[in-house]
Every structure is written in C-alpha cells, then in structure tokens.
Design a protein around this ligand. Structure first.
Ligand SMILES: [Mn+2]
Length: 323
C-alpha cells in the first residue's frame, strides 16, 4: 500500500478523525474479524461514541470480540458526528441512523462496483490491500499513533483472517505485519493469533455421526463420500473433504425436503468437475433446485434421500470414468 499516492488521503482521514468528538465506527452487516479489528484499532486510537454493529457478527468475529473485550454496541449512538464505515463500500444501511450534517468516511479494500453513493465526505479505499485491517494499521502508523498491544494483536488477527493466513498477503501486508508483531510482542505462530474456531455444541457429534454413516466409492483414483446428518452438514462435508475425498454429498431431511450439500476437491475442480452441473442434472431427473459454485453447492429436492445420494455418487463416478 502507501507511499505517496495515499499519503494525502491518509492525512485527510486523520484530520477528519481529529476534528470530530463522537465518531461512530460502523461495522458492515454480519461483520467478520477484519471489519471488527479495523473498528477496534481506530476506536482505541480515536475514542468516540461507539463501535456499532447492524447485525450479529460471524462466529470467529464473535470469538475475537469476547477474547479481546471489544465493546460493540447494538444501539446506534445518538451523538455521532462522524460515521466511519469499515470494510464495505456500501453506506445505505447506516443512512437512516445519521442526523443531518453527519460526516461519512469509508475505509475499505473492496473494488467499488459502481460510483459510491453520494454524500461520502472522505473515501479511503485501497483495492490492492487484501485486508481492511492493514489499511487501518498503515493509517495509524502514518499518523504516528502506534496501535496499543491489544489493538495490534486484533489487527494481526484481522489481516490473517482476510488473507487466508497470509496466503493472499502482499509485500506491503508483510511489512505491516512485521510492525504489528513488534507492537504486540508476538510471533506469527503465537497461539493467540490462531484462526481456528472451536466447534459448536452438537457440531462435533454431527461430524462423528456423519462419518459413522458415511459410505465411499473409489473410482480411477478418485473418492466419493456420501452420508446424511440432521445438522451442520457443511462442517461434515468439510471434514470429509479434508480427509481426502474428491466429492462429498451430505443429505439432510427437513420439512418434506431433502437438502444435499456438496463439496468437491481442488484436484477434480482443476480437471473441470463442476458440482452445479452435476446437481442440475440430478434436479432435471428428480425435480428440485440448486445453487452454489463449482466446488460448493446445494441441491434441494422432494425426492427420496437414498435415491438422491445414490444418483449423486453415480453421476460423479460417470464423470471419473470420462476423464
Ligand atoms: Mn475485509
């Protein structure tokens, strides 16, 4: 990120933050760790009205909020004189809460789909940054306001989370991480920076039962696994995929429907396999609807569960025999 091209925008952002008494740090709907970390680091450097979340954070963000005692308000603070919207280019969801004349700042790293909704006082958008947390870290370091220990640690978690454990990091991300590690007194492998989320109650049992009921077939070096579960189908599917399966189908029955959650390995995707295509063909035969991506998709149908799973496996085997 940085240097000169962003410097003036950085200065403008700092001036705006310093000129306001009650900034509110606005999280996007269903906020993730990157968003919460960005808000918290700014809140500790420029204390304001609140960190406000329009809806429940995701599980990992919630865990971070609890572990790091991050104050997140459900009520929008009345006295806000600046809304700092983080990790999203969209501002519509917060507009109704703002009093006339309230300034709006956007700090984000997503490509903006269309021209930003007007009325934004300042936009600090860096699409080449793989996380919002690193933009905030750079901003604070640029202003000579070094993040305190807890904020530095939270920013590192935000960066690790949005870069898939630094897999999508740029050279600039790594430089920022180095500064943050020193400020937090941590190493990159420190357990407090771990991105693993403990399983929910019942999730582990669902996974174990799913594995117990699983049947598999191996054809031409590829493996397909089928099972059923009454809950946490996507976790069951992920576990089977990481156990080495190339295609996984996990069925669940509810309300007169069967939902089949499908996952495919990188290996078969690289050879052109597509779950959406497979589910479309099943839906054409049995009735139902499907949606998702080549590697992760869902099929919903009123057909018999056993018959659906058998057909999914058979279609995958046909594909294996064709490659
Ligand atoms: Mn992000």
């Amino acid at each position: 990120m940085k240097p000169t091209d962003d410097a003036s925008v950085f200065d403008g952002a700092i001036r705006l933050l310093e000129s306001k008494v009650h900034p509110v740090y606005v999280l996007h709907p269903h906020p993730d760790a990157d968003c919460v970390a960005s808000a918290y680091a700014l809140y500790s450097a420029f204390p304001g009205a609140a960190i406000w979340s329009p809806s429940k954070p995701d599980r990992f963000a919630q865990l971070m909020i609890e572990r790091h005692s991050i104050p997140v308000a459900e009520e929008f603070p009345d006295q806000a004189d600046l809304a700092v919207i983080l990790d999203t280019p969209h501002t519509a969801f917060v507009r109704d809460h703002l009093k006339r004349g309230t300034s709006i700042m956007v700090i984000d790293h997503h490509e903006q789909g269309q021209t930003e909704e007007n009325g934004v006082t300042l936009s600090l958008t860096v699409p080449r940054a793989p996380s919002c947390s690193e933009i905030v870290a750079e901003l604070l370091l640029h202003a000579g306001r070094r993040p305190e220990r807890n904020a530095a640690e939270v920013l590192l978690i935000g960066i690790l989370s949005d870069t898939g454990g630094l897999k999508r990091a740029t050279a600039s991300t790594l430089r920022t991480c180095a500064s943050l590690l020193e400020l937090a007194g941590l190493e990159i492998q420190s357990p407090t920076l771990s991105r693993s989320v403990p399983m929910e109650e019942g999730e582990q049992v669902a996974v174990l039962k799913g594995m117990q009921r699983m049947v598999y077939r191996r054809v031409g070096g590829f493996t397909v696994c089928c099972t059923h579960s009454s809950a946490f189908e996507s976790t069951v599917a992920s576990v089977l995929l990481s156990a080495g399966a190339d295609a996984v189908f996990v069925a669940a029955e509810s309300g007169g429907f069967v939902r089949v959650t499908g996952r495919a390995s990188e290996r078969v995707l690289a050879r052109g396999f597509n779950l959406v295509t497979l589910f479309r063909s099943i839906a054409a035969g049995f009735g139902g609807e499907t949606g998702g991506h080549p590697g992760a998709a869902v099929l919903k149908s009123e057909a018999d569960m056993e018959a659906l799973l058998n057909s999914c496996a058979a279609e995958f085997i046909d594909w294996c025999n064709g490659v």
